[in-house]
Write a protein that binds this ligand. Structure first.
Ligand code: IMO
Ligand code: MG
Length: 427
């Protein structure tokens, strides 16, 4: 299976990192193709927790090379820090960075705060929007520009001056000195200069040679800039098309498209969320599921599984299989609800309206199914599951028309059931 996509199917935080890291055990390459440090991908390896923001989780696999694709916005300070943290833990991943990836610099973060996007959209405050704004505006600085230091210095100065003129009231922004910032970025990225390459070429050649490549998506489909609940979205394409534009590999080459689905739904930041539970159910999911942001520590909004949204996401992505995460969190709830349609403006609808004002007016129509009281964390196969848990899995598969091939029951690799075609096993 040469190319495998691991994509978030909800509003992010679906545990893509765990799935990607599992698969990377047998992969040659692991690739990030969108976003930047807004992502927070957690891996628990031999009891130790690692949090990734920029590097793909395959960086934590012997023999798996890491790629930061052209679709990313890369904060060089965060990258160097992340590499240093891994080094201290005894890991020295082989990392390649696309010269066409954009640089996210400290002024992007400041500008995001000043613009009010942090509050209005509830962004992660990492400067993602302003960095992609520069890209779309064609004024952005790219990683490859570091290889021409003089031109890099000049363009950085021009961009920073422009921001200073736009925000004269920001003392923090005014204090940034372009020459110093350029020197710092050039200095810290110097050791990586040889690794700034055409990663599209690298990955396509690897695939030509039959090597295995994992594409680790960041965020989730409902945060996609085009298909998500705009404007309450991130600034990149988190869906399958993002691999084409963000890594230079045709989606046609991707044989397995794995949609990562949490067994319930969460969302951080602002924006409509029809199945949100603000009362005790939401609290319970947050407590049991430890639903606090890996990047910002914010409490996540929690609610029931939404099959209306998932069907739409399935349509956009064409998943070949699903990974169902955190199923163990649902244990102990007497009954479970899943949204199968919405009531909106007096009508019953089954097609997900991504327009936030319409979605805001939607009331979910629930199917209520039995829950189970047993802890399932240490189950080794579906045969050990209570009947209600098996029925919940079947319901999702039937409604979406896609098989669930991975079931996760906890953060560690041991709490995973991999359903092979030949039966069920545990990793
Ligand atoms: P991973 O990869 C969950 C959300 C923010 C906000 C919106 C825009 O860990 O799943 P941004 O900073 O991207 O401009 O914020 O998107 N968001 C995420 N939510 N998981 C993420 O990443 C997210 N990255 C961004 O909360 O609502
Ligand atoms: Mg996250």
């Amino acid at each position: 299976m040469p190319a495998i996509a691991v994509l978030g199917a909800q509003w992010g935080d679906e545990s893509k990192g765990k799935v990607s890291h599992l698969l990377a055990a047998e992969a040659d390459w692991c690739v990030r193709f969108n976003g930047g440090t807004n992502a927070g991908h957690t891996v628990v390896l031999k009891g130790q927790e690692f949090k990734f923001h920029l590097l793909p989780t395959g960086s934590l696999r012997e023999g798996c090379k890491a790629v930061l694709g052209n679709g990313m916005v890369i904060d060089p300070f965060a990258l160097v820090e992340e590499l240093e943290l891994l080094r201290r833990a005894g890991w020295e991943p082989e990392v390649y960075i696309s010269g066409a990836a954009h640089l996210l610099l400290p002024y992007h973060r400041l500008v995001e705060q000043l613009s009010g996007a942090k509050e209005g959209i509830g962004t992660t405050g990492r400067g993602i929007g302003p960095a992609y704004r520069d890209k779309a505006e064609r004024t952005g600085l790219r990683v490859g520009d570091l290889l021409s230091p003089e031109a890099f210095r000049e363009r950085l100065a021009r961009n920073l001056e422009r921001e200073k003129r736009a925000w004269p009231e920001s003392a923090e922004l005014q204090r940034l000195e372009p020459g110093h910032l350029a020197d710092e970025v050039l200095r810290i990225m110097e050791p990586l200069a040889e690794r700034i390459v055409d990663t599209a070429l690298l990955l396509n050649r690897a695939l030509d040679q039959g090597e295995t490549v994992i594409f680790e998506g960041a965020q989730g489909a409902l945060l996609d800039l085009d298909f998500g609940t705009y404007p309450y979205v991130t600034s990149s394409n988190t869906t399958i098309g993002g691999i084409g534009t963000g890594a230079g590999v045709s989606p046609r080459r991707v044989e397995r498209v794995i949609g990562v689905v949490k067994a319930y739904t969460t969302r951080v930041g602002e924006g409509p969320f029809p199945t949100e539970e603000r009362g005790p159910i939401g609290e319970r999911l947050r407590e049991r599921g430890k639903e606090w942001g890996a990047t910002t520590g914010r409490p996540r909004r929690c609610g029931w599984l939404d099959l209306v949204a998932l069907k739409y996401v399935q349509m956009v992505n064409g998943f070949t299989e699903l990974a169902l995460m955190k199923l163990d969190v649902l244990s102990g709830l007497p009954e479970l609800r899943v949204a199968v349609a919405y009531h909106c403006d007096g009508r019953l609808i089954e097609d997900f309206p991504s327009h936030p004002e319409v979605l805001q007016r939607c009331e979910p129509v629930y199917e209520t199914v039995p829950g189970w009281t047993e802890e399932i964390k240490s189950c080794h196969g579906l045969g050990e599951f209570p009947g209600a848990a098996r029925a919940y899995i079947r319901l999702i598969e039937e409604q979406l028309g896609v098989p669930i091939s991975i079931i996760s029951l906890g953060p560690g690799a041991e709490a995973t059931i991999i359903r092979e075609r030949s039966g069920c096993g545990r990793r």
